[in-house]
Design a protein around this ligand. Sequence first.
Ligand code: PRP
Length: 181
Amino acid sequence: MQTVSAPLKKVLITKDEIAKRAKELGEEISKDYEGKLPLIVCILRGSVLFYSDIVRNIKTPCNLDFMCMASYGAKTHSSGKVRTLLDLREAIEGRHIVLVEDIVDTGLTIKHILDMFRTRKPASVEVCTLLDKPSNRTTDITPKYVGFTVQNEFVVGYGLDYNELYRNLPFIGVFNEDETK
Ligand code: PRP
């Protein structure tokens, strides 16, 4: 059988490191939201792998819902224009929301969601992201739960893609764009 291979400069975060951090974050969220029945929202598509690990590590009752947002297209940088491809099924008035992302980069995707939520009156909204890239931020978004802070490098794997490839890698690697030229 063929194994998935990608043009990588290096492996940045291993499968075991991700599993350990997802467990820690799940436990933290469980404690913070005990008795609050939070709505844990997956921001498709990139966060799907991380989301499934996070929700399995949340030990307090919660509800699950999904949104699909797009800003990158086929590029390695944000287009700056965020589109909502799928909205929540649940009403969120009075609910405690945790948005689960694979990466907060410019912060435009999260800002767009927070703007959308303004009229829906949730009780609270926090962000749980596997990766935080604060050096690239153009908004004042600060995720409460962060798996790993990364440098301004293009990363793939564990949900993150380049041209829709490499999302199924079980680890995070730094993509080598030179090999695609
Ligand atoms: C990626 C990622 C985040 C967003 C982060 O999504 O999954 O949602 O970009 O970037 P930002 O902070 O600069 O907005 P993308 O639009 O590539 O869609 P995808 O999840 O389908 O890969």
